[in-house]
Design a protein around this ligand. Structure first.
Ligand SMILES: [Ca+2]
Length: 256
């Protein structure tokens, strides 16, 4: 399929950001030096501390802090940053940070759009029996954050990544680690019916759960593990089930 226009801008933006970062580092290196020995030591200490802080910040999220800002046409509710792009098996993949999305605004926007839409449009879009059994959730106002992400993907002409093989799993995970990340969510959830794992937008029988996962852990907020992610604690490309936001807010998307 045709690659979205905004994908073309990613590398240029990243290159621009790298140039800005280098410029900033050069500025940091121009600290005025005190002629006294004590002053020199203090100055060196300050510069060293600043350098360590810069590395710490950069290392925390790597190059994923920068990217292209895109607003989906006709939707003021959703701003999506595509922060890394790659291809595998003829498909285009993109990584987004779901924290860029105003879920409450998006929820209202989709509810309003559904009210305007012809009856049955949402039901036709629901790909699973489980979704069909829960028409109230698909109606708009009570969409989960994951369901909103599914709709955002539809508007972007993609779906959250569906992993069909060990090779594809490794290819995606290699790209993630190349961006200094160990965790990201993809298009697998059992939020509608626990233990009935459903891929978003496509089908797959492949699984790569870490030992002991999925465990449907319930955290202190009462959030249940319902979403498939690369398990940061393992760092080997195996999967954990987790609530959105656990260790990461990144999602991998796929254009077929
Ligand atoms: Ca888990």
């Amino acid at each position: 399929m045709k690659k979205p226009e905004f994908l073309d801008n990613v590398k240029d933006r990243l290159a621009g950001n790298a140039a800005k970062k280098q410029e900033g580092q050069q500025t940091a290196g121009n600290e005025p030096k005190d002629p006294s020995a004590l002053g020199l030591i203090v100055t060196c200490g300050v510069v060293l501390a600043a350098a360590i802080l810069t590395v710490a910040i950069a290392g925390d999220r790597g190059s994923l802090t920068e990217g292209t800002g895109r607003t989906i046409p006709d939707s003021p509710a959703k701003k999506v940053e595509l922060i890394h792009e790659f291809t595998y098996g003829g498909h285009v993949y993109g990584i987004i940070d779901s924290s860029d999305i105003d879920f409450e605004a998006a929820r209202e926007w989709y509810a309003a759009r559904n009210e305007d839409a012809a009856a049955g449009e949402t039901a036709a879009a629901a790909a699973t029996d489980a979704a069909t059994e829960a028409p109230a959730e698909a109606a708009g106002a009570s969409l989960t954050d994951y369901q909103i992400l599914e709709k955002v993907c539809e508007d972007l002409g993609c779906h959250m990544a569906v992993i069909n093989s060990a090779e594809e799993n490794q290819a995606i995970y290699d790209q993630l680690t190349s961006q200094h990340q160990k965790a990201a969510f993809f298009g697998l959830s059992d939020e509608l019916v626990q233990d009935q794992w459903v891929w978003s937008g496509d089908e797959s029988s492949y699984t790569n759960w870490s030992k002991g996962q999925p465990d449907h852990f319930v955290n202190k907020k009462g959030e249940v593990d319902h979403y498939g992610q690369f398990f940061a604690s393992k760092g080997d490309g195996t999967w954990n089930d987790a609530p959105i936001g656990y260790k990461t807010t990144l999602f991998v998307l796929e254009w077929e």
